[in-house]
Ligand binder design. Structure first.
Ligand code: CTP
Length: 411
């Protein structure tokens, strides 16, 4: 059986964002912003000030967010239908005003209520973010700076404008931040509430290649898929993930903080030793070669030069090194691929390498281990507890493990 790996959900899935547009030329960028927020999974409702409707049509915005746009206190004056601004403020997880003009920022400071957007802002119970857009002199003016300082003090998230050519012809600070950057900023903002927010995790993944000569190596068939799935699942839960990857042909998953590519076990060990002291959680998923050739030929061996025997020397045990220097707050998880049921051997590694948990997969189980898109694992903990999972896609296994570690290891 081959289950496809499930990609993680877009980071803003289920987030409800009220997008407020005010009267700035940067309103044209709000179309791209709305589309970007939707692409990342957010449900977006748009409120436009009368000024904003002169720069971009409500029809454009409504089409992009798939909801009617609100720009007036009354929906249908004759029928006496009004726009419930209180409801919008309660509906949103966040109100984002982008672009935010100097005028709207001032109104926010003074509690102005001249248009529907200002009414929504005044009655909002959710957090508010603003992406200012204005001319250089307006932005640097004491009044604007003091308004921004006041808004920040009140907890409003100010997404700083960029520097560059402005609509006035001047060059300087005042351009609304780019839609992609605003969306990234919001992802990070929402990530604060995720279970692994603020946690630093290092994951080793893939095989190592131990060179014999200029072109040949000792290696193994690890694809790196399990480690990469874990990196993706942990990053989706808000962790700051550093992926130390052996030679694999896999793209860095979304939201992974950094990736260090290595080839040999010695390189992987060096990289991990530098990173590990700053981490909260270590996950050793790599299939590290336990041995390397004692001598590596700089040239390619030709048929006549191949030595009759290759002497092997032991590589450092990276995971055991992490276990030996583990600090009180750090948690450490190893993997064990065994050819029998492997429980006794995995328990031995759990103790010997000073781990908090070890994930065991057996080559006996069809669909588990190297080369598959699926895996079937059991997790053994210090103290004897164990949890077993069914055969699943590697991404689903990763999600199960991430949730299990959160509740049991409390990293
Ligand atoms: N590991 C490591 N460095 C090594 C070898 C292994 O970090 N040089 C890690 C792997 O990433 C895995 C765990 O140790 O998390 C188990 O690997 P395994 O090779 O099974 O451990 P060994 O102690 O070498 O056990 P065995 O006696 O089965 O070879």
């Amino acid at each position: 059986m081959s289950l496809a790996s499930t990609p993680s959900e877009p980071m803003l899935t289920g987030r409800r964002i009220v997008l407020g547009l005010t009267g700035s030329i940067a309103a044209y960028k709000s179309a791209t912003l709305a589309r970007e927020l939707r692409r990342r999974g957010a449900d977006v409702r748009v409120v436009m000030t009368p000024g904003a409707t002169e720069f971009i049509t409500p029809l454009t915005m409504a089409t992009l967010v798939d909801h009617p746009v609100h720009s007036d206190f009354t929906e249908d004056q004759d029928a006496g239908v009004w726009t419930n601004h209180v409801e919008l403020g309660i509906w949103g997880d966040l109100i984002l005003v982008a672009p935010a003009t100097a005028n709207t920022l001032a109104a926010m400071v003074h509690g102005g209520c001249d248009n529907l957007l200002q009414a929504v802002l005044l009655s909002a119970r959710c957090p508010v973010a603003v992406a200012p857009a204005m001319d250089l002199d307006m932005f640097t003016h004491d009044a604007t700076q003091s308004n921004l300082a006041t808004l920040k003090e009140r907890g409003v998230d100010v997404i700083e404008p960029g520097t560059g050519p402005l609509a006035s012809g001047l060059v300087g600070k005042g351009r609304m931040a780019e839609p992609e950057d605003i969306a990234d900023h919001l992802e990070q903002w929402f990530a604060k509430d995720l279970p692994y927010a603020g946690k630093r995790v290092v994951i080793t993944a893939g095989p190592t290649h131990e060179p014999l000569d200029a072109v040949r190596f000792l290696g193994n068939r690890s694809s790196g898929k399990m480690g990469f799935a874990l990196a993706e699942a942990l990053a989706a839960q808000g962790a700051e993930v550093t992926l130390v990857a052996g030679p694999v042909s896999l793209a860095t998953p979304d939201r992974v903080h950094s990736r260090v590519d290595v080839s040999t076990a010695m390189d992987m060990n060096d990289a991990v030793q530098k990173i590990w002291p700053r981490m909260d959680l270590g996950i050793a998923c790599a299939a590290v070669s336990d041995f390397r050739p004692a001598v590596t030929s700089e040239d390619k061996w030709h048929r006549g030069d191949v030595p009759p025997a290759v002497e092997l020397i032991e590589n450092p045990d990276i995971l055991a090194g992490m276990g030996a220097t583990k600090q009180h707050h750090q948690r450490l998880v190893g993997f064990a691929l065994e050819s029998d049921d492997g429980v006794a051997s995995a328990e031995g590694k759990l103790a010997r390498k000073n781990l908090d948990a070890i994930v065991l997969n057996s080559l006996r189980d069809a669909g588990a281990g190297f080369g598959h898109d699926t895996n079937k694992v059991s997790v053994l903990f210090q103290g004897g507890k164990s949890v077993s999972f069914e055969l699943k896609s590697k991404y689903e296994v990763a999600q199960d493990l991430v949730e299990l570690w959160r509740t049991t290891l409390n990293p």
